[in-house]
Write a new protein. Structure first.
Length: 317
């Protein structure tokens, strides 16, 4: 497969998944505010912190109000990681490979982009919940259409790698921000406010119901973290996502042996092996923030090696 085509399919899926995750962060925070006791300050800055682009936000918007943060993360066409920018880039990638993807995929990503672009013109905060719900549903629809209408060949596996690597990264970021920033005070640990916030975190990953079914109904922070990091079956946990990336990488490389002989295969294999045999007790000994920070760096390294191995143009001669 041409590196240009593989790159476009990979980023088409990453951008759609990124838009979905940004919508989740904002929507859950909007709902969280409704559950906060009177007098508890709204917290919007943590959502900007999840992006790693706080300096850009501060320079352009200043104070982290609800209106400013929502405009920045959802509708700012000059910010490359906003929902509207992600969908614009996803559409551009889809347009460049229309001969490779199915017509249903093109129609869905095009309709998704036009829906977001139209909403950016006239959306009010009162209507935002419905908008973010539509973004999440449109993302699910695109993934389902892709799986149902595209041949499960190399191209499909490149797209799958992009989707799950993006999802793993965002799950780690929202968990990190909650643990260290969202809680107003250490005195709130174990209080109803703390439980409300952990419930909101689970909902941001569509994990609340599955956590309740698997963890005996109690919201315990270490169990929430364990579920989102180490669970082998939940489709938004970091462990599950990286397993799916590895499965597709192996199919692209042909055999497990060939996979192990690549730089990206070795980097991903070492990361997965650590998650496979790490316990939550060991993670807490390291420190959750330190563990997640290292995890994010290593996932970024996997993404870099995917680019170098498959997408970077090699010099001739």
């Amino acid at each position: 497969m041409l590196s240009r085509v593989a790159n476009s399919i990979y980023w088409l899926n990453r951008y759609v998944e990124r838009a979905d995750n940004v919508a989740r962060f904002i929507d859950v925070n909007l709902n969280l505010i409704l559950d906060f006791p009177t007098g508890v300050a709204q917290q919007w800055e943590p959502l900007v912190l999840t992006t790693g682009d706080t300096p850009i936000f501060k320079e352009r918007y200043g104070k982290a109000t609800a209106e400013n943060v929502i405009q920045f993360l959802a509708f700012d066409s000059e910010y490359p990681n906003s929902i509207v920018s992600c969908l614009q880039r996803a559409r551009e990638n889809a347009r460049s490979i229309r001969e490779i993807i199915s017509s249903e995929m093109w129609e869905q990503v095009n309709a998704f982009y036009l829906m977001v672009k139209e909403a950016a013109k006239e959306q009010t905060i009162a209507e935002l919940h419905e908008f973010f719900t539509q973004v999440k549903l449109s993302s699910h629809l695109f993934a389902g259409v892709t799986d149902a209408t595209m041949t499960h060949n190399e191209g499909w596996h490149f797209g799958r790698m992009g989707r799950f690597l993006e999802r793993a990264d965002k799950t780690s970021r929202i968990l990190d921000v909650k643990y260290f920033i969202l809680l107003p005070s250490v005195t709130d640990i174990g209080t109803p406010l703390d439980e409300i916030q952990w419930m909101a975190l689970l909902r941001s990953a569509s994990a609340y119901e599955m956590y309740r079914k698997s963890k005996q109904h109690r919201i315990i922070p270490t169990r929430v973290a364990e579920f989102l990091i180490l669970d082998r079956e939940f489709p938004r946990s970091i462990h599950f996502c990286l397993s799916q990336v590895a499965e597709s990488l192996e199919r692209i490389n042909g055999t497990p042996e060939a996979n192990c002989n690549t730089t990206v295969g070795r980097a991903l294999g070492r990361l997965r092996a650590e998650l496979e045999y790490t316990t939550m007790e060991e993670i807490m000994e390291i420190g959750l923030h330190q563990f997640l920070d290292n995890l994010q760096q290593r996932m970024n390294e996997v993404g870099k090696k995917i680019f170098e191995s498959f997408f970077a143009l090699q010099p001739v001669g």
